[in-house]
Design a protein around this ligand. Structure first.
Ligand code: AQP
Length: 379
């Protein structure tokens, strides 16, 4: 089976952009691919952050993955820093990365520009090398990401080819090495819709965790009232009707696209349904669709937890069967939602330990090859 890896940083709160651009797609992919989803905590320290908040944010991100439907019987869920191979490979790859490649990264330019040279850590510059390590370590075939990660993915592919050439390809062969590819060259998997969800307050900026105004994004854990308010107040325009792909109407295009995704409709269906609407009619429609889609994430029953709880023979096993969202569930676990996953630290720890152990096995094999290819003395 082809392998897929992807991750989200445990910074700020996870929003609709992270969800539609990445996490939502993981849920269907986990059925057909071998999947590893991690919480990229080593990336989270590349910008100023609160060290005391990081453990909770890391757990919260893992809980959101599970609440969104990541199934630990199919996917490995783990914390990046729990698999030290990420950092070791990053060091080796850093030496093979031309600094000019990193200086060209748009995200580095944008983020460092906002901060001023004195405050920019080297980690922000070398962030894409760590991302390349995250991917190449698992010999990944595909990486589901939003459009903002396209340039980093190109760098990952270039780096894989460069290392294959320098240490695994013809050149290395001439020097007596075994030859062959060290890394698989991965492909980005950018969704046709939802790859770039825009801010609610400015249709030309992407929805982002670091934007100062919370009004600019829908967080996955926003309550119904908050969602109602954010959509009521979001930026619109005064054109008649509603249409996709109108350059003069970035907010309209964004809100229609969000509606299309959360309502599970095609672009044509949304066009037909909404083209003659005004904002007063469309906003409540969008609000309801968002709430319908997001509320179960807070309220979901997470199947892998049920399986694990049963296998642990914890209380709850063997309770009467009732239904929740049409799915048969054990009554005592009816409200296994985000809050409950978060509060069950033994469960969450176990998921993360098991995930890290599976990931470390795959990562270890790659790392051994790289060590050997780069000439490190075997242990
Ligand atoms: N607005 C977006 N639309 C679609 N996809 C998005 N992603 C992020 N924003 C959007 C995708 O979410 C995944 C995880 O992102 P991340 O947390 O690792 O880093 P990020 O891209 O830096 O996320 P933010 O929210 O935009 O944070 P800040 O404000 O710090 O820059 C990735 O697959 C990303 O493409």
């Amino acid at each position: 089976r082809k392998r897929i890896v992807s991750g989200v940083q445990p910074t700020g709160s996870i929003h609709l952009g992270n969800y539609l651009g990445a996490i939502k797609n993981w849920i269907s992919l986990q059925n057909d691919y071998e999947t590893l989803f991690f919480i990229v905590d080593l990336h989270a320290i590349t910008l100023p952050y609160e060290a005391q908040q990081l453990p909770k944010a890391t757990r919260a991100t893992a809980a959101i993955y599970l609440a969104c439907g990541v199934d630990t019987s199919k996917a490995s869920v783990f914390v990046q820093s729990h698999v030290p191979a990420h950092a070791e490979l990053m060091w080796m790859l850093s030496s093979a990365t031309p600094i000019g490649w990193l200086n060209k990264m748009i995200q580095f330019k944008e983020k460092s520009h906002k901060m001023g040279d004195e405050n920019v850590g080297v980690g922000l510059l070398t962030y894409p090398v760590l991302m390349a390590s995250d991917i190449l370590l698992y010999q990944s075939d595909l990486v589901p990401v939003g459009e903002d990660q396209k340039q980093h993915m190109e760098l990952t592919r270039d780096l894989a080819e460069r290392v294959n050439y320098l240490y695994g390809g013809k050149k290395w062969k001439k020097m007596g090495g075994r030859g062959g590819a060290i890394f698989k060259v991965p492909e980005p998997l950018i969704p046709p819709a939802g790859a770039r969800v825009m801010s609610l307050t400015d249709g030309l900026s992407k929805m982002s965790k670091s934007a100062p105004s919370d009004q600019s994004r829908i967080n996955l854990l926003d309550t119904k009232d908050v969602i109602v308010n954010k959509i009521r107040r979001c930026k619109t325009d005064s054109f008649p009707g509603l249409d996709f792909d109108n350059r003069d109407r970035p907010e309209c295009n964004n809100l229609l696209s969000v509606y299309q995704l959360v309502a599970g409709k095609t672009k044509q269906e949304v066009t037909q349904e909404c083209q003659d609407m005004n904002w007063g009619t469309f906003k409540p429609l969008l609000t309801d669709a968002l709430i319908d889609h997001l509320h179960p994430i807070q309220d979901t029953v997470e199947s892998s937890k049920r399986k694990m709880v049963s296998s642990l023979r914890e209380p709850g096993c063997g309770c009467s069967i009732i239904t929740h969202f049409g799915v048969p569930v054990l009554s005592s676990l009816l409200k296994v939602r985000y809050e409950e996953i978060m509060s069950d630290s033994a469960y969450l720890d176990r998921v993360l330990v098991e995930g890290a152990s599976k990931a470390a096995d795959i990562a270890g094999a790659t790392l051994n090859n790289v060590r050997q290819a780069m000439g490190f003395l075997p242990r």
